[in-house]
Design a protein around this ligand. Structure first.
Ligand code: ADP
Ligand code: MG
Length: 227
């Protein structure tokens, strides 16, 4: 289960309005694509969902529970139930593929037994078992992003936030990454994906929310890329 709802959410930085009265509901199991020019508020939306930033106005709900009433332990659980993937992969370059994922699991408090069994399992899901002992510099961009996705889903989060995950990838690798995200969504994970890429929007083919200057200016169930 994982739904996210925004009710009149605004976020102001000194000179900038990052989010401006955002109200929307993202039901459990959705695959929502967030489109908008650079600076339109997409990354801020993710930070606010994660509780890394607090809104200046409005309420964010996870599964109908407002984030701001969550105790710190509950907020931690909310974050652990949320996977995150970034444009720049954010892998640890001195660690192997296996160690990158194992390390994330250690941080989350998993024991060795789970780590031994789950790391190869998630690497299988992103078709990278054969690169388990490679270092990030030995991987293509698409492979790096697949490792980052494996790391993001290793604790089976019900919500996955992907902030321009194909921004550094060529069309073939983009296609592979989007296919993996589609599979993850089919298994029940709610996905919110921010992108600039028209082909990505069209290949996902679902609900598209368009952002402009912090506002959601369009929300279309079978959306097209219009910027
Ligand atoms: P996007 O991800 O769509 O490119 P962002 O959410 O990063 O947009 O940024 C939205 C707006 O908020 C931009 O005008 C940006 O400059 C501003 N902004 C974001 N983070 C900060 C910050 N930490 N301090 C000041 N302004 C910020
Ligand atoms: Mg951004």
């Amino acid at each position: 289960m994982s739904s996210i709802r925004f009710e009149g959410v605004s976020k102001f930085y000194e000179k900038n309005i990052a989010l401006d009265g955002v109200t929307t509901n993202i039901p459990n199991g959705s695959f929502v694509t967030l489109v908008g020019h650079s600076g339109s508020g997409k990354s801020t939306l993710f930070k606010i969902i994660l509780g890394e930033e607090s809104p200046d106005e409005g309420i964010i709900y996870r599964d109908e529970k407002p984030l701001h009433v969550m105790a710190s332990e509950e907020l931690l659980t909310h974050r652990r139930r949320t996977g995150v993937v970034f444009q720049d992969f954010r892998l640890l370059n001195s660690k192997t593929v296996y160690e990158n994922i194992a390390f994330a699991m250690e941080v989350l408090g998993f024991d060795d037994e789970h780590i031994y069994s789950d790391v190869p399992y998630v690497l299988g899901l992103v078709d990278l078992k054969k690169k388990m002992w490679s270092f990030p510099h030995q991987l293509s961009g698409g492979e790096k992003q697949r490792v980052a996705i494996a790391r993001a889903i290793v604790n089976q989060p019900e919500l996955l936030l992907a902030d321009e995950p194909t921004g550094n990838l060529d069309p073939l690798n983009t296609y592979e990454v989007i296919n993996i995200l589609k599979q993850i969504n089919k298994l029940g994970t709610t996905i919110i994906l921010a992108t600039h890429d028209r082909e990505v929007v069209e290949s996902i083919g679902g609900r598209v929310i368009t952002m402009n200057s912090g506002q959601m200016v369009m929300d279309d169930a079978k959306g097209k890329y219009i910027l």
